[in-house]
Structures are given as structure tokens and as C-alpha cells.
Design a protein around this ligand. Structure first.
Ligand SMILES: [Zn+2]
Length: 384
């Protein structure tokens, strides 16, 4: 999240709590104009303003109504974009007035009678249809929520001059999230070289590791997952031990990538004891810790990173997964969508990719496609 206030640029994700509150207060008191730098509309940026809640004493940013009157839009992945908020809501995540994500993850009986977790937004007055629509099917809830959190403070974005600070950015996103009415910063654990996991308290465990390091503990029903620190990936933070049935049910994705995030969701049983419930693996590129969907995406990402080209890897956008670009180069206007075309021998895939190209071009993006059967350098030389 980048803003321009009084001609000065701010990376909101890199500010600490006090700095952020102070900036909001100054903006509010001095009626300073805030521009959201998510995207420019013919060199005009969407405006934000700061609201103040007298009861809580909190300041928080809000979309300025003048934008829609002038047809100025926030980008497809900006949390101030109305359609983006609606998309999150349809997936069970509500963005409340203070900009916090609110969702419910509960054990839910599936059609086949097995229990799994599902997220529903915690709106109170909802019709049954609405409620049904807001339930994420089992095992996608956790992944979707995590990707939303990764995107919130730009972990999915590479800016050569910026510090990565993955732990710090995720922690900020945790501070902005309520699961089952509890602050995620209190019930979530982000693997860290100093802070320790507390199995009596933490419900969401997030760390990074390699799935080839997972081993079955001899003579037990447990699998051991070595988790590394998000603030220092070369330091081991803990050994996460999960029971066999959790490991066997885990969602690992098809991607041929071994490195990534491990997410463990835990909840209280009827005896009020915290139990491990669900394990999810989210593949990621090792240097940047940006989530990826395939080994070809990893090659593209590394190429951009090594050439110090600014990009973002969209994880959640208004049009859902069907029209989610693989990469967006967002330093120069117009922004360029890059599609990593891994299955061009498949007719159905090819047709869908053509639709995607039309869709992006109609939104004003430049379009670049890498047919993975061709040499990457030959394709990308035009944009460097
Ligand atoms: Zn914006």
C-alpha cells in the first residue's frame, strides 16, 4: 500500500503502529489530501481520506466518494476498490470500516459427513442464501485467507529499493484480522527465531520450509515438518509435529515446487482442548518468499528479481481466479500483464488464455505471454 501525502511518498506497510497512527492523525487534523498510488487513471490517482472513530479513538483510511463521481478507480487488488471488497465478501471475508478482515472459520459438516473448516463472514443479518454463498468450501478457506493477508502489505510485490520484511508485513496483516472474533495477532504464530510457538494458545501457525524435509517420526503416528523463521529463513524456528491423518489430508497443490509456507489451523474441541485440524502448503519462491503456482512461474519470478524489475504477483483480484494475471509489471504505465503459458498444447487452455488476453487489454494493460517452450530471454527482452 503506497500513498502520496503532500507530495511525499509513504509505504504504509513499512510504518510501525505509532508512525501510522501519527500519519493518519496529521492527515485528519490538517485535512491533507491522500492519493492511493495503486493505479493512475490518466495521471490522476484515487483519493482517500481519514476517518476518526470517537468511541475507539482510532483513525482509519477510507475511499473518497469523489472518486466514483469522477470515474476514478482503485486497482483491481486495492482494498479500497469496492468490487475487490465484494469479491472478498463472496469468499467469506468481510472488510470492516476500520479496514480489518473479519471472518469465521469453523468446523463444518461437508456433504459427505466429514468435518472440515469453512470460513463465513460474520455478518449477523443475512439471508440463508447469502450465508450459503459466503461459505468457502473446506480446505480453500485457509489458503484464500492467507493469500489475502500476504497481499495486504505487499509481500507479493517486489520493489528493488524496498526491504522485504516478510515477517513484519505479515504481522501487520495479522494485526488487521479477526478470526472467530479473536485478534489474529493473539492467536496466530508467525515462525520467528526468537518468539516461540505456544500450543496452548496459537490457532494459526505459519512458517516456511521444504516439503522434502518432512519425515515420519519412527514408531509414532506423527510427521515432523521443520519450520524456518519468517524473519530469517536460514534459522530453524521449530519442528511442527502433525498427526498422520492431518498430514495425509493436507492440500499441497499440483505445483512442482518444494519450498513454501506451511499453514496449520487448530481449533477447540468440545472438551475445550486445542486440536490440529488442517494443514495447507502454499508453494513460494525462496529468495522473495512470494507465493507461486508452478515451477515455470518460479523461473519467471527469478528472472524479474535478478534483473531488478519491479513487479507484483497478484493473489486475489476482483475478477476471481479465472482472470488472475500471473505477474504485473507496475513500474511503468501502462502496466504489463505477464502470463506464463505452460500448457499451450492444450486447446481448452489456449482458448481461455485468449479470453484472458482480451480481458486484460480491455482494461488497458499491455500483454506479454511466455510460451514456456520458448527461451524466456528472447520473449522478455522488449520490456527491459
Ligand atoms: Zn487504491
Amino acid at each position: 500500500m503506497e500513498w502520496k501525502v503532500n507530495n511525499e511518498k509513504y509505504d504504509i506497510g513499512s510504518l510501525n503502529d505509532n508512525e501510522r497512527t501519527e500519519l493518519y492523525r496529521q492527515c485528519r487534523e490538517n485535512k491533507l489530501q491522500i492519493e492511493c498510488l495503486c493505479q493512475s487513471n490518466n495521471n490522476v490517482f484515487p483519493k482517500l481520506h481519514i476517518k476518526h472513530n470517537k468511541n475507539s479513538g482510532l483513525f482509519y483510511p477510507a475511499n473518497n466518494p469523489s472518486n466514483s463521481k469522477k470515474s476514478i478507480n482503485h486497482s483491481d487488488d486495492c482494498i479500497f476498490n469496492t468490487y475487490f471488497r465484494q469479491h472478498l465478501k463472496s469468499k467469506g471475508i468481510l472488510l470492516n470500516e476500520e479496514g480489518k478482515f473479519v471472518c469465521v472459520i469453523k468446523r463444518k459438516k461437508n456433504a459427505n459427513g466429514k468435518t472440515g473448516s469453512a470460513a463465513t463472514s460474520s455478518l449477523t443479518k443475512r439471508s440463508e442464501t447469502e450465508q450459503r454463498n459466503s461459505v468457502i468450501t473446506s480446505q480453500t478457506a485457509l489458503r484464500f485467507l492467507f493469500l489475502t493477508l500476504v497481499q495486504k502489505y505487499g509481500v507479493n510485490r517486489y520493489i528493488p529499493s524496498q526491504q522485504r520484511n516478510v515477517h513484519k508485513r505479515l504481522y501487520k496483516a495479522f494485526c488487521d484480522t479477526l478470526i472467530n472474533k479473536k485478534e489474529l495477532k493473539d492467536i496466530g504464530y508467525l515462525a520467528h527465531e526468537k518468539y516461540r510457538y505456544n500450543y496452548k494458545k496459537h490457532q494459526l501457525v505459519v512458517g516456511i520450509g521444504n516439503r522434502t524435509d518432512i519425515e515420519k517420526e519412527p514408531g509414532t503416528v506423527f510427521y515432523n515438518i521443520p519450520l524456518f523463521a519468517l524473519n530469517n529463513p536460514s534459522e530453524k524456528a521449530m519442528d511442527l509435529k502433525v498427526p498422520k491423518w492431518i498430514y495425509e489430508k493436507a492440500t499441497f497443490t499440483q505445483a512442482n515446487v518444494n519450498f513454501g509456507y506451511f499453514l496449520l489451523w487448530r481449533d477447540y474441541d468440545q472438551q475445550d482442548t486445542l486440536r490440529d485440524l488442517e494443514l495447507v502448503f502454499v508453494p513460494a519462491e525462496k529468495e522473495t518468499m512470494i507465493p507461486i503456482d508452478s515451477s515455470f512461474e518460479e523461473i519467471m519470478l527469478c528472472h524479474l528479481y535478478n534483473k531488478k524489475i519491479q513487479f507484483k504477483k497478484p493473489l486475489v483480484m476482483v475478477d476471481g481466479d479465472d482472470y488472475l494475471p500471473d505477474f504485473i509489471l507496475d513500474q511503468k504505465l501502462p502496466h504489463t500483464v505477464i502470463e506464463v503459458a505452460g500448457l499451450l498444447h492444450n486447446e481448452e487452455y489456449k482458448t481461455h488464455l485468449e479470453l484472458k488476453q482480451q480481458h486484460y487489454q480491455s482494461k488497458g494493460y499491455k500483454y506479454l505471454e511466455w510460451d514456456v517452450r520458448r527461451d524466456l530471454k528472447a520473449v522478455i527482452k522488449d520490456i527491459i
